[in-house]
Design a protein around this ligand. Structure first.
Ligand code: FES
Length: 87
């Protein structure tokens, strides 16, 4: 059986924050850019700043990614250079 096409990966979108339409991919991108806490993700895209029901999910995504910049933040070193540049 042939699989239907998936133009632009539209069917792979998993929404994390329905209040602001933020997907798992967007949260992961913010994490790669240096966000290592839900608050930092919220600063980048507002996810978690309305009803708050997505904050635990965002936290889990951040933990799952094991982003190396988290270690920088824990050592007190700048980890948000990419976000600061984008602001
Ligand atoms: S679902 Fe994210 S703030 Fe409501």
């Amino acid at each position: 059986m042939a699989r239907p096409s998936n133009p632009g990966g539209r069917w792979n979108r998993v929404y994390v924050c329905s209040c602001f339409g933020i997907t798992e991919q967007q949260v992961k991108k913010h994490a790669e850019d240096g966000a290592c806490t839900p608050r930092q993700v919220a600063s980048a895209c507002k996810a978690g700043t309305d009803c708050g029901s997505c904050v635990r999910r965002i936290q889990a995504l951040l933990r799952r990614g094991e982003y190396p910049r988290r270690e920088l933040a824990e050592q007190g070193q700048p980890a948000l250079a990419a976000l600061d540049e984008a602001a």
